[in-house]
Design a protein around this ligand. Sequence first.
Ligand SMILES: Nc1ncnc2c1ncn2[C@@H]1O[C@H](COP(=O)(O)OP(=O)(O)OP(=O)(O)O)[C@@H](O)[C@H]1O
Length: 278
Amino acid sequence: MTETRGATVAEPAAGGAAEIPRLGISGVGRDFHTKHGVTHAVSGIDLTIPRGEFVALIGRSGCGKTTVLRMLGGLLPPTAGTIEVDGKSLWRDGRVDSSAVTKLGVVFQEANLFPWFSILDNIALPLKLRGVGKKQRRRRATELAELVGLTGFERSYPRELSGGMRQRAAIARALSTEPDLLLMDEPFGALDALTRERMNLELQRIVQETTSTVVFVTHDIPEAVFLADRVVQMTPRPGRINTILPVDFPKPRDVELETTPKFNEIVRALRRELDEED
Ligand SMILES: Nc1ncnc2c1ncn2[C@@H]1O[C@H](COP(=O)(O)OP(=O)(O)OP(=O)(O)O)[C@@H](O)[C@H]1O
């Protein structure tokens, strides 16, 4: 296990050739101008994420995690730096490149399903918006419902499902367009501990089956260590990267991992970093 402070970790290139990373973040910052003055929410973020990597973003409330995710998701333009998806700029002159944004899937804390659509229609909605024919999108949505363990609930409505099931439907919807990059902001934050543990296992399986690259925001340090290949810890005012911690436990990981001394040592090391901010 190596530790890197405030640095970009260069990725080893396969076969010696320089591989274009899935995500290249360079010098990214975001200021907010309000009537009370300027908030430097995020500053000098450098991070390179290769294909297939799972990166967890942790840090105290207000350190800029959501701001970073919104910039990566094409929802908020950076005021400094560049973001590249597969080597292509996501933002140009404050405007998002629509061809780059099609490579992204986003899941938030709230599932945000449409209550008047069935689960199948919710999952298929992004495909409908892209003009995919009814038969094809229903077939794909049915496959995705199976992938996230919702077979048998395709005709149900969101209100008839539990919070965990709704979140699984939201993940299936985000995956429907086969995104190259899945961005998740506290997706399991509203769930009880047991459901959250189950969702972590499910997410791990789904990510392995779809070979997705993931940026996952969480407050929960054990959750971050359980899921991630690297944990990126941010500090506030302005939000910066403080530590990048590789987590090299083999995958798939089992919940038993959380009882091992090495797992707890990593969790404690990250907690210490957060405590040092006080
Ligand atoms: N639209 C906005 N206008 C003004 N300030 C903002 C805006 N959005 C975020 N901020 C400020 O930017 C900083 C970072 O906020 P952000 O929501 O990204 O933090 P966070 O780490 O995601 O917090 P939490 O863990 O509580 O969700 C905060 O100081 C916040 O007040």
